[in-house]
Design a protein around this ligand. Structure first.
Ligand SMILES: Cc1cc2nc3c(=O)[nH]c(=O)nc-3n(C[C@H](O)[C@H](O)[C@H](O)COP(=O)(O)O)c2cc1C
Length: 148
């Protein structure tokens, strides 16, 4: 999962508000923490933070678009503010990834409760493809060409 997190450009974090209306938005600054947590930076995620405070169950998904696979994680989120000692500890990766240009308002810490793999349909339809072939197909599909 750590490899897939590193290879994922974004994660998508889904929450619900107090009336049950879903909200899903992309977050680029995310990482794992320990063996059982995903952490996400609140830089500009007012609604996500508000929703978690009233309803902590969240779902986060991320994929490596070139390997065409990733994870879906359901868990319970807590909001860690900068005044809390855990902010710098649990958020260490996030602070490094965000750098000084993107101030982190809160660390969103998600305790993983259910983890499932996301596979592109091509894994079932073309099970004999090698990883290199899958990556090449993705390059072709997305128009990615080698630099130089
Ligand atoms: C490419 C991309 C990366 C983003 N990364 C983050 C991020 O890491 N953290 C964050 O708080 N917002 C990030 N955002 C912005 C939020 O997705 C955006 O502010 C969104 O409207 C927040 O919605 P919410 O208030 O419903 O949570 C990103 C947006 C884009 C387009």
């Amino acid at each position: 999962m750590r490899t897939d997190i590193q290879n994922s450009v974004l994660c998508w974090l889904a929450t619900v508000d107090s009336s049950g209306t879903p909200n899903v938005t992309p977050k680029e600054i995310f990482s794992s923490y320990g063996d059982d947590r995903i952490v996400v930076a609140d830089i500009a995620s007012t609604n996500t933070v508000r929703n978690i405070r009233s309803h902590p169950t969240v779902c986060v998904s991320f994929i490596d678009i070139f390997r065409q696979r990733g994870f879906k994680v359901v868990g319970s989120a807590t909001i860690i503010g900068p005044e809390e000692p855990d902010f710098a500890i649990v958020g260490a990766d996030l602070l490094r990834l965000a750098g000084v240009d993107f101030p982190i308002r809160h660390v969103i810490s998600i305790h993983m409760e259910r983890v499932s793999r996301i596979w592109a349909p091509s894994y079932a339809l073309f099970p004999d493809r090698t990883e290199e072939e899958r990556i090449q197909v993705a390059y072709d599909t997305y128009g990615v060409v080698a630099a130089g």
